[in-house]
Ligand binder design. Structure first.
Ligand code: DLZ
Length: 151
């Protein structure tokens, strides 16, 4: 975990089936997020499935279906960059509320790895790429595993 006040958590994914649901907008950033999440899950010993959807708006339904198919945890990854239209707010709101609803309704942890940034540079800095400061894909994966173990 990174950022002010972030905890240090250890994760054990052995015996867990984890589905990564990932949007496809902003390819370079998404490549970093997906790679970081899968790396963290494999290092923790989890079994992984990757589901790609078009945009972050579609993440909640993909998460819901993953839970219905038996996932022990879901990691949701997306990038929404503020534009000059209100679309940013609608997509962010739909993804955030939808993923929260899936998690609370089903009791299955959903790691939230949806970046909502003002520009692409901010997103690249959090994407787990070689020049990034942070790896939000891996952090979302670790949070999902830790929540399974905590509950
Ligand atoms: C339409 C749209 C826009 C403008 N921006 C993004 C974005 O920055 N990130 C993202 O993941 N998706 C974006 N989308 C697509 C929507 O999430 C969705 O796929 C479409 O509205 C179709 O349902």
């Amino acid at each position: 975990m990174s950022g002010a006040g972030a905890p240090t958590i250890t994760t054990d994914g052995r015996g867990l089936r984890v589905t990564v649901v990932a949007a496809s907008w902003h390819t370079t950033v998404m490549d970093g997020l997906v790679a970081g999440a899968l790396r963290a899950l494999v290092e923790a010993g989890a079994t992984t499935t990757l589901v790609r959807v078009p945009g972050s708006f579609e993440l909640p339904v993909a998460a819901s279906r993953a839970v219905a198919a038996g996932a022990d945890a879901v990691v949701a990854l997306g990038v929404v960059i503020r534009g000059e239209t209100p679309h940013f707010d609608y997509v962010c709101q739909a993804a955030t509320v939808g993923l929260t609803e899936v998690s609370v309704r089903t009791g299955v942890p959903v790691g939230f790895g949806v970046l909502t940034t003002d520009d692409e540079a901010q997103a690249l800095d959090r994407a787990g790429l070689p020049d990034s400061r942070e790896d939000k894909g891996a952090e979302a994966a670790q949070a999902a595993l830790a929540t399974v173990r905590a509950c």
